[in-house]
Ligand binder design. Structure first.
Ligand SMILES: Nc1ncnc2c1ncn2[C@@H]1O[C@H](COP(=O)(O)OP(=O)(O)OP(=O)(O)O)[C@@H](O)[C@H]1O
Ligand SMILES: [Mg+2]
Length: 382
């Protein structure tokens, strides 16, 4: 939908956006996030040509925006500017209907539209339509800023820190409203924020900027799990990975299993256990496929019979977990079956490792001790 191709913006000698190749798909919310001065507003303003790039090109729906009429382009892109920007001498209804009026919609249609939008964000039109911006609270003004950008039903909406001036409660409320509205409206939204929690909550994809460069783009989950470098790690908070709901994958915490082939004798198996300091062995075939488990007590019970192998005494029925299941599933199985560890297998039943109770305790302890992610403030020296 929106495509940057090698876009740079210079002011004199300083490059405030450097070779950006941002892609934004139709119907997604992309959050631009980065420290103050990292080029977020500049990136956004280049989309509706409030600023023109020094180099590179920007396409909307495949058309170079330089080929579009600039007034038309702006009227077809909703814009919530940093610091609200309501017009103080116009009523709320007139502020909301600003672009529809410029587009010469019929008065009845734009009045009705303004009322609908006010309803949508919980502001009763009867009460608010004839007030002036100064007669609204900060949160109410920001709601108006958001619906004004939606009034003419644009496909693209640019939102530059639309909730920055709000207290945490109103902010959360408005974030929920945006998520809810987006489920219905499916606009293409570029959303600038300083707040990683806000980005994670709202965005389909997050684009992290620093000093005019795109450092990483990905879904919130991808960025949390695989931060590209130390800057991103610091940005999302070092312990974020182990925070609520975000567990490592099974393969990240599994350890090497102690195994035996089924044709080994019982004495050899006991020696092996003693050496490795374990009380059971997992039995695997030549292809490392899991056949069963044998514990020290089974061996002891059958030890008199010299002809037996571990394959004869093993228990083939044991709980297992697939490597690509969520870790929470491993936790469930371990507690349901009261086992000390759980073999991790692949789709061919090949044994990849084991998850131990002790390993899970470690993960949980880290979660409980996790620190909050940082908010990014201040201006970075680029
Ligand atoms: N008209 C201008 N002339 C010169 N430099 C400018 C101009 N506009 C912006 N800049 C510089 O470009 C850099 C990027 O600015 P931009 O407004 O894009 O940052 P931002 O990421 O939106 O920051 P913030 O989070 O503070 O809003 C900053 O260093 C800023 O000082
Ligand atoms: Mg800005």
């Amino acid at each position: 939908m929106i495509r940057f191709e090698g876009v740079s913006k210079m002011y004199g000698d300083s490059c405030v956006v450097n070779n950006s190749n941002l892609h934004i798909n139709q119907g997604e919310i992309v959050a631009l996030i980065g420290p103050s001065g990292s080029g977020k507003t500049t990136t956004m303003k280049m989309i509706n040509r409030l600023i023109d790039p020094t180099e590179g090109r920007i396409f909307i729906g495949g058309t170079d925006i330089l080929k579009l009429n600039v007034v038309e382009l702006r009227r077809n892109i909703g814009y919530v500017i940093q610091n609200i920007g309501l017009l103080p001498h116009m009523t709320i209804a007139d502020n909301v209907a600003l672009v529809p009026r410029l587009k010469q919609w019929d008065e009845n249609v734009y009045r009705k539209r303004a009322d609908e939008l006010m309803d949508m964000v919980g502001l009763d039109p009867e009460t608010y339509r004839n007030r002036y911006p100064s007669e609204l609270s900060g949160g109410q003004q920001q709601r108006i800023g958001v619906i004004r950008a939606l009034a003419a039903d644009p496909e693209i909406v640019l939102m530059d820190e639309p909730f920055s001036a709000l207290d945490p409660i109103s902010r959360e409320q408005l974030q929920d409203e945006i998520v809810y509205l987006q489920q219905k409206l499916r606009k293409t939204i570029v959303f600038v924020t300083h707040d990683i929690d806000e980005a994670i909550k709202i965005a389909d994809r997050i684009c992290i900027l620093n000093c005019g460069e795109v450092i990483q783009t990905g879904t919130p989950e991808q960025i949390l799990r695989h931060p590209a470098n130390d800057f991103v790690k610091n940005f999302i908070g070092l312990h974020r990975l182990s925070q609520t709901g975000i567990m490592p994958e099974i393969t990240e915490i599994m350890i090497r299993p102690v195994t035996s082939k089924p044709n080994r004798g019982l004495t050899e198996a006991l020696n092996n256990m003693r050496k490795q300091r374990v009380d059971s062995l997992l039995i695997v075939d030549q292809n490392e496929r899991l056949l069963g488990i044998v514990g020290v007590w089974e061996i002891q019970n059958k030890f008199q019979n010299e002809a037996l192998t571990v394959g004869d005494v093993m228990n083939p029925n044991l709980p297992v977990v697939l490597y690509n299941q969520p870790l929470s599933e491993a936790v469930n199985i371990i507690s349901r079956h009261q086992v000390a560890y759980l073999p991790v297998i692949d789709d061919n039943r090949r044994l990849l490792g084991v998850i131990t109770r002790a390993g899970l305790v470690d993960v949980m302890a880290k979660q409980l001790g996790a620190t909050q992610p940082q908010r990014v403030g201040g201006v970075q020296a680029c």
